[in-house]
Structure formats: structure tokens, C-alpha cells
Design a protein around this ligand. Sequence first.
Ligand code: GUN
Length: 287
Amino acid sequence: MTQATGRLIDGNALSKQLRAEVAQRAAALKARGITPGLAVILVGDNPASQVYVRNKVKACEDSGLHSVLEKYEAGMSEAALLARIDALNRDPAIHGILVQLPLPAHIDAHKVIEAISPAKDVDGFHVASAGALMVGQPGFWPCTPYGCMKMLESIGYDLKGKHAVVIGRSNIVGKPMALMLLQQNATVTICHSATKDLKAMTLQADVIVAAVGKRKVLTADMVKPGAVVIDVGMNRNEEGKLCGDVDFEGVKQVAGWITPVPGGVGPMTITMLLVNTMEAAERVAAA
Ligand code: GUN
């Protein structure tokens, strides 16, 4: 018997399309004398963070957004970082501010995020942004779950009345993801490390979002045939190859739709950062 295989949701293709739209909007705003600008701050020399910020800055340039990358030594004081954020909050050429996480241990990340003006919080990590999402008011949505929602939208998936299971409860992905799915009228279950029977939950799901940061959290026996599977994971296997939280080869035999790693959620995260920065600049222009 030949098994059906899930259709891929191509994050690269969708990103390309959305980034082209951003480039058009950026050009339109530039014609009015406003260039959308993103400031990216990196403290320390975490190798993964260095790659991420480089990709973010390059994506800005490719779409016609202005970007500045500020790199500081790991020993930078919290006060100095807060002073830089204060200056960027006041800088009219900057519409979005992103402080790459994690920060060195001597710096209070929460305090730093709260210092960013909510009007420039394009990462959507500020408590004001989280609150706006919770109550359904306009604000910036965290880029990774926002990108997942765009992927569902791209396949014309109607979440109303569907059961969505989110695996992971981080402030960056799991919690905002659950709120976005809820806003689209899904019934949402959040699973995490203390969940007693994960498989019993995922087997009921029409949509599964895996955002744990651990390989093979989701295997084929845990997925209802035809379910949509979104893989937020970014892990390395024994050979050093990038892989997600989902056992892709197995799960794709059961799922209706599935996102690959790489080429799935990853590119969408940066794309939604561009969208948020564009939105921030347009709000300033409209004010
Ligand atoms: N570190 C890992 N992911 C992210 C992200 O989306 N934004 C920031 N600022 N730091 C991160």
C-alpha cells in the first residue's frame, strides 16, 4: 500500500512573496520621504546570535529597509544598554528596535525589553505588546508565531472550531501562538514538559505547532491523519544537520500539511520582522 504524504508549506516561497510586498510598501513610503529603519542590537559573541542578526540586517537591505547593527562587548553594562535604547527610542530614523536574545547573564533581559518603546517593539516582546495581543488590540505580534499564522493562511486553512495543540509555552512562541490561534476561533490546548500524556492530546489535534527545541518531540504515531503540522524547532542532529522538533520523515506520511526544517518557519520569522518594521514606519507616517 502506498501511503499519502503531507503537502509541504514552503516557508521560502511564502517569504519571497511577502518580502516582495514589503519592498513595495517600503518604496511607497520612501517616495514620501520616509525610509523604514530597524536597529538591531547584539551584546556579546554568541555564534548563533551573530548569524541571526546578520540575516536580519541582510533581509532589511534586500527589501529596501534601512538597518543599523550595533554590536557590543559581552561586558557592556546594563545601564549603557538602557541608554542606547533610550537614544534609539528618540531617533526618528529608527522605527523598530530589536535586542537579540539571549543577553549576558549580568543584564536583566526583562528590564531591557521593557525599555523599548512599544511603538518600536517589532519583536513583540514588550509586556504592552503581549497585553495587546491578549485583549485583541493593535500591537506588534511576535514574529515566529505570526509567521506560523501566515503559513496557515497561505493554505487557506480555516481555524474556526478546529482543535489546535501547541507544544511549548515560551513567551516568544508557545503562549503568543496559542492566543493567535484562539483569536481565529480554534479550540486551543497548550502542552508542555509537565503534560501527562502528550500523545493523547496531539492525536486529537487538527493543527499541531511544535515549539519545544527538542528533536522528535512529535512522531508519526502521535498525529491524526490529515492534521496540519507546523515545526518551529531549530535543532542539530548527530551529523550537525539542521532539523526541527518533528520527526519529519515519519510525520509527513500521516500529516495533511507539514512545514519542513530548514525552509519552513525559519525564513518566516525574519519576514514577519520586516512586516512589523514596515508597519511601525507606516504608523509613524500616518500619525
Ligand atoms: N533570540 C532567538 N529568537 C529571537 C527573536 O525572535 N528575537 C530576538 N530579539 N532574539 C531572539
